[in-house]
Design a protein around this ligand. Structure first.
Ligand code: DX5
Ligand code: ZN
Length: 220
């Protein structure tokens, strides 16, 4: 399957957000990852729909919104209106996950489900045919710049095997601690959609070079 990079703006300079995203886009990023956090589902607060809307007018890339919020169904309409192209919600944050996925699809967006490190992949067995993306969290969500958790590689392998058995072209994403050094190992395990925050947006003056370095590996 084709591999994609989705730079996470959580590690970008929020005071210079549009320019930082433009630097990533101009260097070849086709996706931009937005980490919404509510301070309840995760112990941190980031931003919501108004910020997504503010940067949308200057950026053409696919807006990949990762909602780390309790009961994200409450915000799908707002985030769709703000300009999201895809929304990923957490399995652990939705009491009625099937309904929430249908809400995302009815809004005309790509639908993904994220799994925390401790959540097994078989919780999605019945939903896989409905999903555009499963996002395997490779850190505990809430902060950028954390270390990749090694056992999550087994989850990626299990999920890829399951998707193949079901004959599904499922996008398997990874989020957290992805670097130029470990991305090939993660891809070999079966992932094809890579979120990277600090490894792209830090340092600020190397955003373009960082995107190019990732895309060079993913093009092989
Ligand atoms: C973690 C977020 C990630 C984060 C990744 O809660 O979902 O998208 O920004 O950051 P890095 O790549 O620095 O681990
Ligand atoms: Zn994320």
């Amino acid at each position: 399957m084709k591999s994609y990079l989705s730079p996470s703006i959580l590690s970008a300079d929020f005071g210079n957000l549009t320019n930082s995203i433009k630097a990533a886009e101009e260097a070849g990023a086709k996706y931009i990852h937005f980490d919404m956090m509510d301070g309840t589902f995760v112990p941190n607060i980031s931003f919501g729909a108004p910020i997504i809307k503010a940067v949308r007018k200057d950026i053409k890339s696919f807006f990949d919104v990762h909602m780390m919020v309790e009961e994200p169904g409450r915000y799908i309409t707002d985030v769709a209106k703000a300009g999201a192209d895809g929304i990923t919600v957490h399995q652990e944050a939705c009491l009625h996950l099937d309904r929430t996925i249908n809400q995302i699809k009815e809004a005309g967006l790509k639908a993904g489900v994220a799994l925390n490190p401790a959540t097994p992949v078989n919780t999605l067995d019945y939903l896989l045919p409905m999903l555009d993306l499963v996002l395997i969290m490779t850190v505990n969500p809430g902060f950028g710049g954390q270390k990749f958790i090694p056992y999550t590689l087994d989850k990626i392998r299990d999920l890829r095997q399951k998707a193949q058995e079901m004959d599904l072209q499922l996008n398997i994403g990874v989020d957290g601690g992805v670097t130029l050094d470990n991305i090939s190992t993660i891809r070999d395990a079966g992932a094809n959609f890579f979120i990277a925050g600090s490894a792209v947006f830090k340092p600020e003056d190397r955003i373009g070079e960082n995107v190019q370095a990732f895309n060079k590996i993913l093009a092989d």
